[in-house]
Design a protein around this ligand. Structure first.
Ligand SMILES: [Zn+2]
Length: 223
């Protein structure tokens, strides 16, 4: 399986090439739409050629182009059952705790009002009906993708990781790499996140493809 790192701005989207075709992991922000389309074009991939888009969780920076891609190109979208309702209603769970430093905790609401609100006004989150609702342990090989769904609730309750047969792990925001490999600091449920991390520790992961920041070898991650 060949993995292309498509959107390298604020948030990642990945394109996985398998013997059975192309698969998209996450779709980025709506405001990054033209960049996403350009990146696909550079890879010589028409959105209508993608077999399935798998969404790591239903935050607006990961599902921002789902409705668009589904409507315009008929792209099929898969999301975990516990985040499916957020997709259907086009809402995002902003009622979450942020564990970061005091400074960023103070700046976070300010950033939300000054940066996120105007973006959300200009690029409202469009609701969509997921084509495929995923559950823990589900094998995706019947869709042509040799990988397993790993439910890792915590950041959102429907967060998933995707573990390929080669040991590549698409971690969504459960593990990110903004400056260094770190566990999610925006958390809906801390106890669930702790359990999810236990689950991740027990898995055979070689490389992590995070929702934010560069991919890295799992051996670099201590948690
Ligand atoms: Zn994110």
């Amino acid at each position: 399986m060949e993995i292309k790192h498509l959107a390298r701005g604020m948030v990642n989207a990945y394109l996985a090439k398998t013997g059975n075709g192309w698969f998209l992991i996450d779709t980025g922000f709506a405001m990054g739409r033209s960049k996403l389309e350009q990146a696909l074009a550079r890879e010589g991939v028409a959105p209508s050629d993608i077999k399935l888009a798998i969404i790591t969780h239903a935050d607006l920076d990961h599902i921002g182009n789902c409705a668009y891609l589904q409507k315009k190109y008929g792209l099929k979208i898969a999301v975990h059952e516990d985040d499916a309702e957020l997709c259907r209603t086009g809402t995002t769970n902003s009622n979450r705790k942020r564990k970061a430093s005091l400074l960023s905790r103070i700046l976070w609401p300010l950033m939300f009002v000054l940066i996120m609100k105007p973006i959300m006004k200009k690029f409202p989150l469009e609701a969509f009906e997921p084509d495929l609702v995923l559950s823990d342990g589900q094998n995706l090989s019947q869709y042509g993708f040799d990988a397993t769904v790993v439910h890792v609730p915590g950041h959102t309750m429907g967060s998933i990781g995707i573990l390929t047969a080669d040991g590549d792990f698409f971690s969504g925001d459960t593990i990110n790499n903004r400056k260094k490999p770190t566990v999610a600091d925006v958390v809906e449920n801390e106890a669930a996140l702790a359990e999810s991390l236990q689950k991740i520790r027990a898995m055979r992961i070689i490389n992590v493809f995070p929702g934010h920041g560069k991919p890295f070898p799992m051996a670099q991650f201590t948690f």
